[in-house]
Design a binder for this molecule. Structure first.
Ligand code: ADP
Ligand code: MG
Length: 567
């Protein structure tokens, strides 16, 4: 059908009941692009209608090298989603009736450059997916306003955002280059013996606790200490200097309010690529770095936490430890063991969000409470074996307990937002004032036990629907009737990731639950399918609001299901 057909249909249904909008479903040739109306909403207040615009890439005139590999393709699509969003703000009239009438919206993401379904490149076509609020007054179709959306707003938005000669080549090239550089830098870490890198000049503090944009004024740019200076050479930027955080055990110390947590937060987010101007676009971290925290109240299903906790009162099992209401220490031990089970290579821990009795047990306490009476082996006694046996590094913010001086390879002190390397001083102090603690770590770290979830824990049905999975904001998934609380998965950054995780749990349950020997293998198989076929393989129809999560966050969600059963 052509755009003329759409015009005729809209004129025909003008003034009729809202249901008649169903007649505009279909594909329409609009000169350079095809408009596809996939789904029509039930009323002007319901979730808006799903629409796509598709056009051959050669018509857009984008130079081929902007999408010639995976990271470039993701960055180009990310840029176009942002640009499309900007054009919506300029050209969509917006208010064209009641409820969502006239709304045009695209899922463009925030500070991270991530694979998302809002803009996809499919063979030789570029496809942009967005939503439209079909205009109405009450339940009466406002045809003239609908014509305005499809024949004025959208053509202008498309023209401004998807045609190469309307775009600043510098800006789009920069977006792609910055993303590719971040990937390249992340790839260089291992050979340099690093787990993270923070470029000099980076802006780490965020605008506020609820706003991830950079702090506007008064931010002190990052300047690394000479002892930890490293130079990386990403392909576009060339040489870039900054602080390398080496493999091993790294402590971040310093007085309260001196920027310790801010540094760790930036490192935590360094697993993702950031947009130019974010301030953290040259802060990169090993992609298998996992933030660990205490999470009392969480559910635990048969996790082997025996490296940290043994001899619970009344002989409770800690090799297959389960709890419906975990304590601070057992939850933190579980979060570590589950991360290791998924192949974490770096643990990120902040004293602000840790259980004290999990982190340390000083000499005086050791004397008063005998080891035989204390089920917990504190992290301070396991952090070295973890590194030596399992090759897992730790970055730890610790302003309160000098007992960690004995086990640290690197000590960074934050002083008025400036890092200093104080490894030598910390060593001298550790010798001068011996901690007098006994090492309780035993020999070796202990076992990481893979687990295999059972079918019984996965039931996505709710009411009359066989499969009903919703995401509520960033932090909650409703899988069937099971609410999954993701509040403490701190590296989850985008609500479209949350949506994708809900669907990935279902995909895993449908395809790989029985076919894989462990949760880790199951996640790898799910990720492999998505890498091959895109996030679109999660649903039988196309949507524009899914974003790629990391496998450890998907596993993290499964591990927090209150219904989970493990073999
Ligand atoms: P700590 O963990 O050492 O107590 P935080 O990292 O929480 O300190 O930082 C304290 C405050 O200082 C926060 O409000 C943060 O936004 C701000 N801040 C951190 N780093 C910088 C910086 N480089 N420039 C300006 N403000 C900063
Ligand atoms: Mg702090």
């Amino acid at each position: 059908m052509t755009s003329e057909d759409l015009k005729r249909t809209i004129n025909r249904i003008d003034g009729r009941g809202y249901k008649a909008y169903k007649d505009i479903k279909g594909q329409y040739a609009f000169g350079p692009y095809t408009l596809i109306i996939d789904h029509v909403q039930g009323d002007p207040f319901a979730a808006p209608s799903r629409v796509r615009v598709r056009l051959p890439l050669d018509k857009t005139e984008f130079p081929r090298d902007l999408w010639s590999n995976r990271v470039r393709r993701i960055a180009l699509c990310d840029y176009l989603a942002r640009r499309f969003h900007g054009a919506i703000r300029r050209w969509a009239k917006g208010n064209r009736g009641m409820g969502k009438s006239g709304l045009v919206a695209i899922d463009r993401g925030e500070q991270e450059i991530l694979e998302r379904t809002a803009v996809v490149i499919d063979r030789e076509d570029l496809e942009v997916r967005f939503v439209v609020g079909l205009p109405a007054a009450g339940r009466t179709i406002l045809g003239k306003e609908a014509l305005g959306v499809f024949f004025e707003d959208i053509p202008r938005i498309v023209e401004e955002s998807l045609v190469y000669r309307r775009i600043d080549p510098q800006e789009i090239g920069q977006h792609v280059a910055v993303a590719e550089d971040q990937d390249a830098m992340r790839g260089l870490l291992k050979d340099k013996g690093l787990v993270a890198f923070v470029a000099d000049g980076s802006i780490l503090p965020r605008s506020s606790g609820v706003d991830e944009r950079p702090l506007g004024s008064g931010a002190v740019p990052f300047q690394g200490p000479p002892e930890l200076e490293v130079e990386l050479e990403p392909p576009h930027r060339g040489s870039i200097r900054g602080m390398g955080i080496p493999q091993g055990v790294t402590l971040i110390v310093g007085g309260g309010f001196h920027g310790k947590s801010t540094l760790l937060d930036a490192v935590e987010r360094g697993v993702y690529n950031h947009v130019p101007g974010d301030g953290r676009e040259y802060v990169v971290t090993d992609g298998a770095a996992v933030k660990i925290r205490a999470e009392d109240g969480r559910r635990i299903e048969k996790v082997n936490i025996s490296p940290f906790i043994t001899n619970l009162p009344f002989g409770k099992d800690t090799v297959r430890f389960s709890s419906d209401d975990a304590s601070g220490s057992t939850s933190q031990a579980t979060n570590i063991m589950e991360a290791l089970e998924m192949g974490a290579r770096v643990l990120l821990i902040d004293e602000d969000t840790s259980a004290t009795n999990f982190m340390v047990r000083d000499a005086r306490m050791q004397e008063l409470v005998a080891k035989a009476k204390e089920p917990i082996t504190p992290f301070v006694d396991k952090v070295r074996p973890l590194c030596a046996d399992a090759g897992v590094s730790t970055i730890l913010v610790m302003g309160g307990a000098g007992d960690y001086f004995d086990v640290a390879d690197t000590v960074i002190m934050m002083d008025s937002y400036r890092p200093h390397c104080v490894t030598e001083q910390a060593r001298e102090i550790a010798q001068k004032h011996a901690s007098c603690r006994a090492d309780e770590g035993g020999d070796g770290f202990g076992e990481v036990t893979p687990r295999r979830p059972l079918r019984g824990g996965f039931n996505p049905s709710r009411g009359k629907r066989e499969v009903k999975i919703d995401a509520k904001g960033l932090k909650t998934i409703l899988y069937g009737t099971t609410a999954i609380d993701l509040s403490y998965l701190e590296q989850l950054v985008d609500r479209s990731q949350t949506r994708a995780i809900g669907l990935m749990i279902h995909y895993y349950a449908e395809h790989y639950l029985e076919q894989s020997t462990s949760l880790k293998e199951g996640m790898e198989l799910v990720m492999r399918d998505i890498e091959e076929r895109g996030l679109d393989c999660l649903l039988p129809y196309t949507v524009g609001d899914l974003t790629m999560p990391r496998p450890c966050e998907v596993a993290g969600a499964i591990n927090r299901m209150r219904t989970l059963q493990v073999k």
